[in-house]
Design a protein around this ligand. Structure first.
Ligand code: HAM
Length: 420
């Protein structure tokens, strides 16, 4: 019986029929993020995909859906409990502590790209293996760090020409603000306990903030009139948020404050954000993140503030796949004869990377080789026989224009003829 990929786990292929799984779309996404992130001083980090389960239960929180329902956890041969990472912030923090990275430089920025695993019900924009591009910044507790990150993310969205992106911003304040808010929210929600859904009735006493995130209509209606976190902020936390808002206005970053925005991971401490796009359906969050000033310490590291984000690659690819993406064409299709394979392979090597060259290595007859050059939609083709090598000249066929010219068989002459 034929073996199929696991449900909710996709193959990303060149020219995939489902355009969001086309590797050309992913290349554009990754290249754009990477350029912007590195220009802001983020450096690449590659943490492992499997971690000790306790990293996530301690880092993300046992009460979260991600940890309590969605993790791929298994025992390895040594009966250790391991987990396929559901996200990478906890891993980056573990690596940061394990390798004493704070000793080299107190302010550090890292970016990563890779698969994450969550056992959610698959649907459009929601998969069990999905990819994130993320960034984490350590060592800055000033609102300008939050503003810089939001500016960076806005620039990526602009560079990708993503339509109708909305930035939603909220703050969870500091410890004292959160204690006060939790109480105010609990008092309000207890008054509506009977009408809340079953899960919210349970969540209410464990973490009332989770109720703000419920997608059921009944709960959403109750939450509408819930108290606002801003009213519970301490003067320091209010000052921080106000400073961030001023900076964002000065930087021209448009956002809307969403008083009900909470995030599904428990490590957040201050400013939190999500970018959404109307081009998607129910799963409209293209990226999310925020401050987690306590996580490094909670995972037994020093007290270091941090902020970060992660973007969902499939969701961004769903939007990008509606745009025309140019795949770099083959500039030159080199057609050797039986006796000229070595010369053809050497010549191609001298032409790259100035031009993209494909050598026909099928061993086929000339006619079939030329047919493949057409099928590939290569710009030019060049037949390299022993006569051409002896004469130092060959015919360069322009397959798009249907013309040909005689060119000298030197890398410089060929490159200039192909580039025009
Ligand atoms: P998150 O909000 O859980 O945050 O995930 C970030 C993004 O990953 C989401 O906005 C969404 O685009 C994408 N995503 C999440 N789950 C799925 C899924 N099942 N299928 C497809 N895409 C999905 C984090 O993971 C945090 N680590 C972000 C962060 C970094 N916060 C601070 N630093």
């Amino acid at each position: 019986m034929m073996i199929h990929a696991i449900k909710g786990m996709n193959d990303v292929l060149p020219g995939a029929k489902e355009r969001f799984l086309d590797s050309a779309v992913w290349e554009k996404l990754l290249g754009t993020f990477r350029n912007v992130l590195e220009s802001y001083g983020y450096r690449w980090m590659i943490p492992p995909v499997v971690e000790d389960t306790s990293l996530f239960s301690r880092g993300i929180g046992t009460e979260t859906d991600v940890v309590s329902k969605e993790m791929y956890t298994f025992s390895d041969r040594g009966e250790r409990s391991l987990t396929l990472r559901p996200e990478a912030t906890a891993s980056v923090v573990r690596a940061y502590i394990e390798h004493n990275l704070c000793n080299t430089d107190p302010v550090q920025r890292f970016w990563y790209f890779g698969p994450m695993f969550r056992a959610e019900r698959p649907q459009k924009g929601r998969y069990r293996q999905f990819y994130q591009i993320g960034g984490e910044m350590f060592g800055a507790a000033h609102p300008s760090a939050d503003a810089e990150l939001l500016l960076l993310l806005k620039q990526v969205c602009d560079k990708l020409h993503l339509p109708n992106v909305q930035i939603k911003l909220n703050t969870l304040g500091d410890d004292a603000s959160r204690t006060q808010y939790r109480q105010a929210l609990l008092t309000y929600l207890v008054g509506h306990e009977a009408t809340l859904c079953e899960s919210c009735q349970k969540r209410l006493h464990i973490n009332p903030l989770r109720v703000l995130d419920c997608k059921r209509e009944n709960c959403k209606a109750i939450v509408q009139d819930a108290p606002d976190m801003l009213d519970s902020l301490t003067p320091e936390a209010a000052g921080y948020f106000a400073e961030l808002e001023t900076l964002l206005a000065q930087l021209g970053v448009d956002y809307s404050r969403d008083k009900h925005l909470v995030r599904g991971l428990d490590y957040y401490t201050g400013v939190i954000f999500e970018f959404t796009s109307q081009a998607l359906g129910a799963q409209d969050a293209i990226l999310g993140g925020g401050r987690y000033d306590k996580l490094v310490q909670e995972l037994d590291g020093p007290s270091v503030p941090a902020i970060g984000f992660a973007a969902g690659v499939e969701r961004l690819a769903l939007i990008l796949s509606q745009q025309e993406i140019q795949v770099a064409p083959t500039d030159l299709y080199l057609v050797p004869m039986a006796e000229t394979y070595a010369q053809a392979l050497l010549l191609a090597d001298q032409l790259r990377p100035a031009i993209a060259v494909e050598v026909d290595v099928t061993g086929n007859k000339l006619k079939q080789q030329m047919r493949r050059a057409d099928k590939l939609q290569a710009r030019f083709a060049l037949v390299l026989g022993s006569d051409e090598i002896v004469n130092g000249q060959a015919r360069l066929k322009d397959l798009h224009a249907g013309t040909e010219q005689v060119v000298e068989l030197s890398p410089a002459a060929l490159i200039s003829a192909v580039k025009g």
